[in-house]
Write a protein of this length. Structure first.
Length: 389
């Protein structure tokens, strides 16, 4: 039976403005129609979101379910069952925050692949997942405690194949060094040009795209030349780097909140805090260039789970309109995930990934933190509607 969702304010994320008094008709897992509330049939099953802003479920393009902000190496030394519990808890939290689709860009032990299986089997709650398995890392490179260490072209191809064997949706490679790994330089190139090419070529031949961890430095050029799909973070990019990303049509996934939180969180090791604080200052300029040169941008919370408001705020600070920022959180993310035909906007024919936020996110992005209703593919996953809050 169809469900009828009364929307106080509707932001469909197509780029159209706000709409009032709309009615979303949900049949099965899809949005069947967008009508006016005056068209509500008698006796219909109505979900009354009249007091809220209704928008598409958000899409987080850079996450790690079993990692939290803090000492990542210490977290990754935990046994598999413990890490799995962390991932289960985070998956539920992330869905509850209104994120209905998520790219997991690196887990140990293929936890992401198994969590995805658990979600799809209905065992646990979580967003629709795209998985990458182990990030590919040069021996001793950034996040070596998390990924598959690999050296040389032939072992790189083998490492990609190992991830494919477990059924991952994309491949993640650590092209540059990183913040959270002691001794790693965020603007160093950790793999040779040949290794980077081998990774992207092996993935492409097998129908997978590659996400490259890349704060900045010389690794950008070979990654773009090889056809990398997304560059993650980009916080140390120069103006020339940003132009290259724009011209190539490569996606930039900004992850601002994690850096800001890591800089201040006492649980974060000193080397991580110090690198974050040196890099954060450059990030705003990178985002301004990205806006100026028309880079395609979507966002990720990374280990700073559920804080889409911070990612949206960071884009608005750099010149995005609030509506463009909300599109970065929704339809742009769907494009990154190859799911723009299925989700990311609220239109007839798309999956019913529908959330309600308390307030107007276009005037106050903090409203994105208050999500009393989450529907994923037509199923009400969480609802506080009609309850005292
Ligand atoms: Zn990450």
């Amino acid at each position: 039976m169809a469900k009828y969702i009364k929307c106080g304010t509707l932001i469909d994320a197509t780029g159209a403005g706000l709409a009032r008094n709309k009615l979303l008709v949900v049949e099965g897992d899809r949005i069947a129609a967008v009508l006016d509330q005056a068209d509500t049939p008698l006796g219909a099953e109505v979900i009354d979101l009249g007091g809220y802003t209704v928008m598409p479920g958000m899409i987080d393009c850079h996450e790690h379910l079993s990692l939290d902000v803090g000492d990542e190496a210490a977290q990754m030394s935990q046994p598999v069952p413990y890490l799995s519990m962390i991932a289960v808890v985070n998956a539920e939290k992330i869905l509850r925050a209104g994120i209905t689709t998520m790219r997991d860009v690196g887990e140990k032990y293929f936890i992401d692949v198994e969590i995805k299986r658990g979600i799809e089997a209905g065992l646990i709650k979580g967003p629709r997942l795209l998985t990458s398995g182990h990030p590919l890392i040069r021996t001793g490179g950034h996040a070596h405690f998390l990924g598959r260490e690999t050296d040389g072209v032939s072992d790189m191809r083998k490492a990609v194949r190992e991830q494919l064997k477990q059924g991952v949706d994309l491949i993640k490679i650590m092209v540059s060094g990183g913040m959270s790994t002691k001794g790693s330089l965020p603007d160093s190139q950790e793999f040779s040009d040949e290794e980077i090419f081998a990774c992207i070529d092996e993935a492409r031949r097998n129908g997978r795209k590659v996400a490259a961890h890349l704060h900045g430095g010389p690794g950008l050029k070979p990654a773009v030349a090889a056809g990398v799909h997304t560059v993650e973070h980009g916080i140390l990019f120069t103006e020339e780097d940003v132009k290259l990303v724009a011209e190539s049509g490569t996606w930039l996934i900004t992850t601002v909140g994690v850096g800001e939180v890591a800089e201040l969180d006492p649980a974060t090791p000193p080397h991580y805090r110090e690198k974050a604080s040196r890099s954060n200052a450059n990030g705003l300029q990178v985002r301004k260039w990205a806006k100026q040169y028309g880079v395609k941008v979507a966002v990720g919370n990374d280990t700073n789970h559920c804080r889409m408001d911070m990612e949206a705020r960071a884009l608005v600070e750099a010149g995005w309109s609030p509506m463009e920022a909300l599109q970065a959180l929704t339809i742009r993310g769907a494009e990154v995930c190859g799911m723009a035909e299925r989700t990311g906007t609220l239109e007839a024919g798309k999956l019913a990934d529908i959330i309600a936020v308390d307030g107007d996110p276009l005037t106050d992005l903090a409203a994105l933190r208050s999500v009393p209703f989450v529907m994923k593919a037509g199923v009400v996953e969480f609802s506080e509607i009609g309850q005292a809050r």
